[in-house]
Design a protein around this ligand. Structure first.
Ligand code: CFM
Length: 548
């Protein structure tokens, strides 16, 4: 073991994590528990099935499709075809905010639409009920669009949501009805649902409105879902910098914006995991390049703005971006100067979704804190190791299950925004076009990277590292806090936020300061404080279901 209790030998930790598992399980889990080396970047096993019986953090394909990608667009009526539970438990739990222009504008986010499938529908089929529900939603709201989401029983009994959607679309004439085969079991996690959602939005929405958009520097913001108002802060910054946001995918978005999004000249991608498919497809069909950005962290926000200005290669824009940074940064700096002495040297662990476990490390770095271990719930190898590994990723049966759209350049609308030579020149300047280098390159040597962390492993990690803060979600929150470690929810932000951009960074610093310096945690006796520790690893704490 290392001498510092916060930084134990990662190979010992790895052994500790898997030693209680049956041999086969241990062997499998070992491939997802990696000691990082940013120079070499070892291979991580990711996007594979969770071992049955292991308590995972993951969600389902339906959650990724309906909840994540489609949920934030305010004027689509999203009907869930399935039992009511699938709707009820997905109803407004993801905090994607939206802001209508006027009180009269459509906003269906607060509603919960479900076909409320019963046993009778499972036995005799649910298509009739689905069509009735579509009709009812149409009669009540006259929305521009209705999307149908399939839950597990729908796929099992074979209801054809696409045929039902088509029939109703043709019947109405003025309402775009389309369906998603996003049954919960479609993939190994919600990641499958993202891909299915990307395909559907691309097929049924993008490119429907060819009205030329206005603005000198037009871009779409992909993979930003406006959790806790994050997109509002990015919109503020874009506006200040003179950038025109055509559409976000999909925080605070509308159907019209998505339908017109192919008129933008650049796609910037914040959450690579959930929407990289869209970036690629829009590039192929319309000639719009994409760039990875992150507006999580003040430094990252400044860097992302500079990247965008570099892409458009306009001196005025570059000057404006510098002016924005010069105006925003001092306010951020003032807060950091005050907080840093209290947060410096503390440690964090992040186990969230498919992009935040990476992005939020930047905010912790700004606070002088070290990320000792991190991982995603459902990311793929490219999110860990970088997109260079894409050709070497094995397409297993679970991935084959998800449709890959065959996309070709549009005969009329394909218009490469940059020539090959221009793209090359940008790359030479260090701009990563259509690329993402992943989380591991940024993490320190010997930090621990764990994919699809199990509940048992999270308890073990906390016991060994005793981090000053653990970042995950509501399912983990109270278990971790009962261990005497504050948990920051990085999905819902513990009802705080926004955390993006410059103002968001300040919010985050203050929230983390409050959490890691709160004396209440010292009043809780964590299990390892009740027993004697040997070599930094307590022998006293055991997950309740594991026996010696
Ligand atoms: Fe992307 Fe997201 Fe995330 Fe995600 Fe999610 Fe989310 Fe997330 Mo929860 S799209 S991968 S599927 S950044 S809902 S807004 S916080 S797990 S890290």
């Amino acid at each position: 073991m290392g001498t510092n209790k916060h930084f134990p030998d990662p190979s010992v930790v790895r052994e500790e994590l898997i030693q209680k598992y049956p041999t086969k399980v241990a062997k499998k889990r070992a491939k997802s528990i990696i000691i990082n080396d940013p120079q070499i970047i070892p291979e991580v096993q990711a996007n594979v099935r969770t071992v049955p019986g292991i308590i995972t953090q993951r969600g389902c394909s339906y959650a990724g499709c309906k909840g994540v990608v489609l949920g934030p667009t305010r004027d689509i009526v999203n009907i869930v075809h399935g039992p009511i539970g699938c709707s009820f438990y997905a109803w407004m739990t993801r905090r994607n905010q939206t802001r209508t222009e006027s009180l009269m504008d459509a906003n269906y986010i607060p509603y919960c639409f479900s076909t409320d499938m019963q046993e009778e529908n499972v036995v005799f089929g649910g298509e009739k009920k689905l069509k009735q529900a579509i009709q009812e939603a149409y009669d009540l709201f006259h929305p521009k669009s209705i999307a149908i989401f399939s839950t597990c029983p729908v796929g099992l009994i074979g209801d054809d949501v696409h045929a039902a959607s088509k029939e109703m679309r043709e019947k109405f004439g003025d309402c775009n009805v389309f369906g998603f085969s996003c049954e919960g079991y479609r993939g190994v996690s919600q990641s499958a649902g993202h891909h299915i959602a990307n395909n559907g939005v691309f097929k049924h929405m993008v490119g429907r409105d060819n009205t030329p958009s206005e603005g000198k520097f037009k871009l779409n913001l992909l993979g930003e879902y406006n959790i806790g108002g994050d997109a509002f802060e990015i919109e503020r910054i874009f506006e200040k910098a003179g950038l025109t946001l055509i559409s976000s995918f999909s925080g605070n978005s509308t159907i019209s914006q998505l339908e017109n999004s192919h008129t933008a000249d650049l796609n910037v991608i914040q959450c690579h995991r959930s929407i990289n498919y869209m970036g690629d497809m829009m590039e192929t069909k319309y000639g719009i390049p994409w760039m990875k950005v992150s507006f999580v962290g003040a430094e990252s926000s400044a860097k992302s703005l500079r990247k965008i200005a570099e892409y458009f290669d306009d001196e005025e824009l570059k000057a404006q971006v510098e002016a924005v940074i010069a105006e925003e940064m001092p306010k951020v700096k003032a807060v950091i100067d005050e907080i840093l002495p209290r947060t410096q040297g503390k440690t964090a662990m992040l186990f969230v979704g498919g992009s935040r476990a990476h992005h939020y490390q930047d905010l912790f770095t700004e606070l002088g804190m070290t990320t000792v271990a991190a991982g995603y719930e459902f990311a793929h190898r490219d999110d860990y190791e970088g997109r260079d590994v894409l050709p070497s990723i094995k397409i297993d049966a679970d991935s084959k299950n998800i449709e890959e759209l065959k996309v070709l350049p549009d005969p009329e609308l394909y218009n490469p925004r940059k020539t090959e030579a221009e793209l090359e020149a940008l790359k030479e300047k260090g701009l990563e076009i259509n690329g993402y280098s992943g989380m591991m390159q940024q993490m320190t040597k010997k930090s621990l990277v764990v994919d699809d962390l199990s509940h048992y492993e999270s308890e073990k990690l906390i016991e060994i590292y005793k981090p000053d803060i653990f970042c995950a979600g509501i399912k983990e929150k109270y278990v971790v806090q009962k261990m005497g470690v504050p948990l920051k929810q990085l999905h819902s932000y513990d009802y705080g936020g926004p955390y993006t951009g410059f103002e968001g960074a300040v919010n985050f610093y203050k929230d983390i300061d409050r959490m890691v310096n709160n004396p209440v945690w010292k009043l809780i006796k964590a299990p390892w404080q009740k027993t004697e520790a040997t070599n930094g690893i307590s022998k006293g704490l055991e997950a309740s279901y594991v026996t010696q």
